[in-house]
Write a new protein. Sequence first.
Length: 79
Amino acid sequence: MSPTVFRHKSYRFFFFSREEKRIHIHVSSGDGEAKFWLEPSISLVQNYGLSQKELRDIQKIIEERKDEIKDNWKKHFPS
């Protein structure tokens, strides 16, 4: 299961259920997919096909909406 947290332009921000305990978000678009950790700081973990500009834009979106992402994480993974 991979619930969508939100969409922004052509990007879908989502979780994979039961992947790992560390708070993170996956992002996909027609160009590729990436994974970012949110703790201890926002950082890129994996990238498949997204440009450096796209990654910078995505990281900025995550920074702006990190509280929303964390709140959704806690609702989806209550333990």
